[in-house]
Design a protein around this ligand. Sequence first.
Ligand SMILES: NC(=O)c1ccc[n+]([C@@H]2O[C@H](COP(=O)([O-])OP(=O)(O)OC[C@H]3O[C@@H](n4cnc5c(N)ncnc54)[C@H](O)[C@@H]3O)[C@@H](O)[C@H]2O)c1
Length: 342
Amino acid sequence: MTRPRIALIGCGFFARNHMQAWAELGAEVIAVCDRDLDKADGFARDFSVARSYQDAATMLAEQRPEIVDIATTVTSHRALVELAAGVPVVVCQKPFAETLADAAAMVAACDAKGSMLLVHENFRWQKPFRLLKAAMTEIGVPRFLRLSFRHGHDIYFNQPYLAEVADLALTDVGLHLFDLARFLVGDVANVHCRTQRLNPHVAGRDAFVASLGHASGAVSSVECSFFTQRDPDLFPQTLALVEGDGGTLELTAGYRLIRHRAGTAPENAEPDLPVWGARPWHGIQESVVAFQAHVLDVLAGRAEPQPSGAHNIGTLAVTLAAIRSASIGQVVAVDQQEAGPR
Ligand SMILES: NC(=O)c1ccc[n+]([C@@H]2O[C@H](COP(=O)([O-])OP(=O)(O)OC[C@H]3O[C@@H](n4cnc5c(N)ncnc54)[C@H](O)[C@@H]3O)[C@@H](O)[C@H]2O)c1
């Protein structure tokens, strides 16, 4: 079987994980692009890529890839996804878009040209959550979910732009957690959220607590802080508790999956350390490999996008509803009409 032709746009901090994961999967990145050509040239050198470009349109016209992997920050996503529409598989990093209108336009552009559109939502592809999802068949109908992502890791060292984002906890990790809540328990009907600004050195709100009402009647409690002082620090682990009619499952610190059932030992849910990886990042790095293996399955027709751009519009709608709830101090309905096509 020939190896699919992959082109990557955005040669920044996180894209190094994309490149390592494509290499681990034996996939061929034929070209990379960055508006800062030095960065594109650096990636081409570091990862033995044949061509580097400064302009994404030129790269796509000349290289005709089968997968476009967009790893830029959010403000560039709409223009780049619209440009890439027509390529068989388009992958866009999170946050997918800043507005529902932009997200709907990106989905429509890909639909019109027959492209499969995925959002790089890797939290649901983390090993602990793959195992938790599989184990949920053991506990009946889920009624309650708690997700907790609290740490004090210096995320601003590699991602200095985060220090300027107004709702950084909600728009950087909140949407990962809301995608997890939808993945595990289903669609969200309404949200109440409180935000905090804890770190005096950042401009935005770096913590939140959200209460989600799911369409099924289940409820979720979702919390996130980037300024939690504890040793050892839990970064980048997400803790979880799911209660169903027939049992309770829990992900605890140290990547342990616990079935709250007499006589059941904890299961080790720790992700493998990729050969190119480093602790504590392996929790995320392994999920990038798992997600990108899924992208190859989508291209080959072996899987449906998880999640698709259309699905991720709903996650963006929850995130925007949470921001609004925090600003007005009330429960806000997540308007699925407004959320666009499913
Ligand atoms: N899924 C995850 O776990 C995870 C983790 C970290 C970051 N991210 C996301 O990845 C994205 C990138 O984050 P980062 O920290 O690597 O950012 P970064 O600023 O380090 O890299 C982005 C790169 O994109 C380039 N770029 C921007 N617009 C471009 C355009 N139109 N054409 C070509 N190149 C362009 C920039 O020059 C820059 O080099 C963000 O949206 C971030 O939220 C996801």
